[in-house]
Design a protein around this ligand. Structure first.
Ligand code: ADP
Ligand code: ZN
Ligand code: ZN
Length: 746
């Protein structure tokens, strides 16, 4: 029996930042205890509910031992949460100051979050090793059970672990023989999985299609990657410069070393062609991990990675926690994308966790983008990351010509300058395609009364409600509240309520009427809600018929449409006024990404930026010198203003139906923090300040922004501050959250 003074420490998903004490289940013996390793799952009762708790180790009880309950039972017959997944979630819990139980829950598939053993797709079986096969039947006399197992395995080739029970052989018996190197476990699936595993052992069959002959820049990039040690590589290159080809050849290299590969992408639904390209290229199992697949498939794929039955995993941010048998490379495509940062619960950055993971494993991490985040560019400049560049588009494709359209004093046609309309017409007449980028979904961002100026506000948020046409309703884009549009103005009774501004639906309506001979395809969250919608759209656009694409930033992600030769950005100024210090960086990324969708081999594309501030230095820099040069300027400003990436930042968010609860929390937080800071620390506290959207869903939102010159000092403070503030009564009177390395100050 476990020393009566020691208890199991279990992580349980609660907002409390602690692990919980439990006694071992009553039927546990010493061997069961010895076989426990971190990541084992227990069924326990907690607050009168039955939940799953993850074993993190044993330790001294934190409350009197007679008050400690026993866990109900050990859930799994096998190691449940592999160590690499567990280690990374514990690291994340510590760095982001998230409760351990919550961090683990974030990292694992749903099937493992419930206190039951998930249905096993694969069965664990035991067989003799070569050494075991050489044993005489009389061997292992000192343990009757071990000998019995030996006899069973000598008589049949292998045994499912399940069947050991029927022979009254416990799992520790098998474990003991495994330790002696006499037997080994393997997993059996359908015949298919077994066939795949065998196939992969002959490297000749790795490729289903031959890799492309790389150009000089691609070769230089690929040869710079070292596969046996940790390093981060930034692969910077415009859309269509051949980054994906370099990724695939790097993956091939890792596979040839017998290792696995992980590729993180922003959103798989939006970029199905990356998955297709990997499957076309490689003869090994490629599995997906993202929220768009069923929980069961997600769990199967997760396990396939852990057992080396899938050599390539492609997934969204959550897949950074996937367990692997032998991971050899991590790739992050479109590394600047905001979706790699989780914005609620544990607010982790998958990119930063990938760095941690690669360095723990001693493997390379490649970050690819046409518009890398300023943090990443800074790391490349400082030499922390290797900087690899692809400067040319492959083949004869030319970069697009970007022109500003001065919107001042122009007569507008549904939000377009006349020259933009003419350009659309000319492009369609040449049988080419047009892409129109407009950052607002719905019909119009507001409806207003023409007589008195009244507009419909959301009842619960400080925001106007947007008009949607199909179906006809008003919607708040912050809280999703919906209601019917009023027929007359409630303030002056005028019936003249008109839509104001242009969203994707309204622009689509206009273009359909104006260019009635051509197809107009709308791409936004509303039109693309069906899973296969993006795939169908890409197929249609790639077929090459002249058409107009109208859409939001969904269009800026990952796709290359070679037949699109005209791109129009309807409101290029929208990013220039932003409450966020990253506003300009985002605007430059978006414009560059959207512009990159244009152009084909024999004719360069044109990009029109409609702007009321055409002489703004932002445009001059971006258009004349390009994104990278602008980024370096922005970095200089960040340095002067003591902002990330030079200083480290954390934001505490607090919200409550009563503003004073949230502000009092922030005040208290600030006061406690001040007492904890060492005298020589360079840091700044800003708050309580209202959030950009001060009222949302009837809650008033405030924040405290904290900046430190040194990351380690900020981390040290948060480690002390968070447990302390949690004990304060005021913390229970509001909802609060901590965002370490926030990407949006919101
Ligand atoms: P990116 O990922 O940078 O947008 P891709 O790797 O998708 O670029 O390449 C763009 C296009 O160029 C693809 O159609 C790809 O097949 C092709 N391509 C890439 N590298 C080469 C090469 N070395 N030779 C010929 N074509 C290439
Ligand atoms: Zn009115
Ligand atoms: Zn609202």
């Amino acid at each position: 029996m476990i020393s009566p003074k020691l208890v199991l420490k279990l992580a349980i998903p609660t907002p409390l930042r602690t692990v919980f004490d439990y006694l071992p289940p009553v039927n546990f013996n010493e061997q069961d205890l010895a076989a426990l390793s971190p990541g084992a799952r227990f069924k326990v009762s907690f607050n009168r509910q039955t939940v799953m708790g993850v074993y993190t180790g044993i330790g001294e009880p934190s409350i009197p031992i007679d008050k400690i309950k026993a866990a109900d039972k050990l859930i799994d017959s096998d190691q449940a949460i592999p160590h690499d997944c567990l280690d990374l979630s514990l690291w994340a819990a510590d760095y982001y100051q998230t409760p351990v139980g919550e961090a683990i829950h974030t990292a694992i598939p749903k099937a493992l979050r419930i206190p039951e053993e998930p249905p096993q797709k694969l069965t664990k079986r035991w067989r003799l090793t070569t050494e075991g096969m050489g044993l005489h039947r009389d061997s292992l006399k000192r343990s009757k059970k071990q000998q019995k197992l030996l006899h069973l395995l000598l008589d049949t080739a292998s045994l499912p672990e399940e069947s050991l029970k029927t022979h009254e052989i416990g799992k520790p018996v098998a474990a003991a023989l495994e330790k002696k190197g006499l037997i080994e476990a393997f997993y059996e699936d359908s015949k298919k999985a077994v066939a795949e595993t065998n196939e992969q052992s002959t490297s000749a069959s790795l490729f289903a299609e031959a890799p492309l002959e790389l150009n000089e820049e691609q070769k230089a990039a690929l040869y710079a990657i070292r596969f046996h040690e940790y390093a981060c590589y930034l692969l910077e290159g415009t859309t269509g410069s051949g980054k994906t080809e370099v990724f695939m050849q790097a993956i091939a290299h890792a596979l040839q070393l017998g290792k696995q590969a992980l590729i993180l992408v922003p959103e798989i639904g939006l970029t199905p062609q990356t998955v297709d390209r990997l499957r076309q290229r490689f003869n090994v199992p490629v599995v997906e991990l993202h929220s768009g697949i069923s929980d069961k498939t997600r769990f199967d794929n997760w396990q396939a990675a852990a057992r080396n039955q899938a050599q390539i995993v492609i997934g969204t941010r959550l897949s950074v926690f996937t367990p692997f048998k032998d991971l050899g490379i991590i790739i992050i495509d479109e590394e600047h994308d905001l979706s790699f940062k989780q914005q609620d619960g544990m607010r982790y950055s998958a990119r930063d966790l990938a760095i941690v993971r690669a360095s723990k494993l001693g493997i390379p991490l490649i970050l690819g983008s046409a518009t890398p985040a300023l943090e990443t560019i800074n790391n490349a400049i400082s030499g922390k990351f290797h900087h690899l560049k692809l400067t040319r588009r492959t083949g004869t494709a030319q970069p697009p010509a970007i022109q500003l359209v001065d919107m001042r004093n122009q007569e507008l046609v549904n939000g377009f300058a006349q020259c933009s309309i003419d350009a659309i017409e000319a492009t369609l007449k040449r049988n080419e395609q047009v892409l129109i980028f407009i950052n607002r979904r719905g019909y119009a961002p507001a409806i207003i009364c023409q007589s008195c100026g009244w507009s419909v506000q959301c009842k619960r948020c400080d925001a106007q409600m947007s008009l949607h046409r199909s179906p006809y309703h008003l919607r708040c884009h912050h809280c999703d509240a919906r209601r019917a549009p009023p027929k007359i103005c409630p303030q002056c009774q005028s019936p003249n309520l008109i839509p104001q501004g242009h969203g994707t639906e309204r622009t689509e309506e206009f273009l359909k009427a104006h260019f009635s001979n051509f197809e107009v395809l709308r791409v936004d969250r509303d039109s693309m809600s069906k899973k296969s919608a993006m795939k169908e759209l890409v197929t249609k656009v790639k077929s090459g018929e002249p058409c107009i694409l109208v859409g939001t930033q969904m269009l800026a992600k990952g796709h290359h449409f070679p037949k699109v030769t005209l791109v129009i950005i309807v409101d290029a100024d929208s990013g220039l006024v932003s409450g966020d210090f990253r506003g300009t960086e985002r605007a430059a990324q978006l414009i560059t990404q959207v512009a990159g969708r244009a152009g084909r081999a024999d004719e360069p594309g044109t990009v029109l930026l409609q702007s009321y501030k055409p002489s703004h230095p932002f445009f001059e820099k971006l258009l004349n010198d390009g994104y990278h040069s602008l980024a370096r300027d922005l970095l200089n400003t960040r340095k002067l203003c003591q902002l990330p990436p030079y200083w480290s930042m954390a934001i505490f968010h607090a919200e409550s139906k009563r503003a004073e609860n949230a502000t009092a929390f922030i005040q208290q937080l600030k006061q406690i923090a001040t007492t904890m800071i060492a005298p020589q620390t360079t840091c700044e506290f800003l708050g309580p300040i209202p959030a950009l959207l001060e009222r949302k869903e009837d809650r008033l939102r405030f924040q405290l922004q904290i900046k430190f010159q040194h990351r380690a000092q900020l981390q040290a403070l948060l480690k002390k501050l968070v447990p302390e503030i949690e004990r304060q009564a005021i913390a229970k009177r509001c909802r609060w959250a901590l965002d370490v390395d926030p990407l949006e100050v919101g």
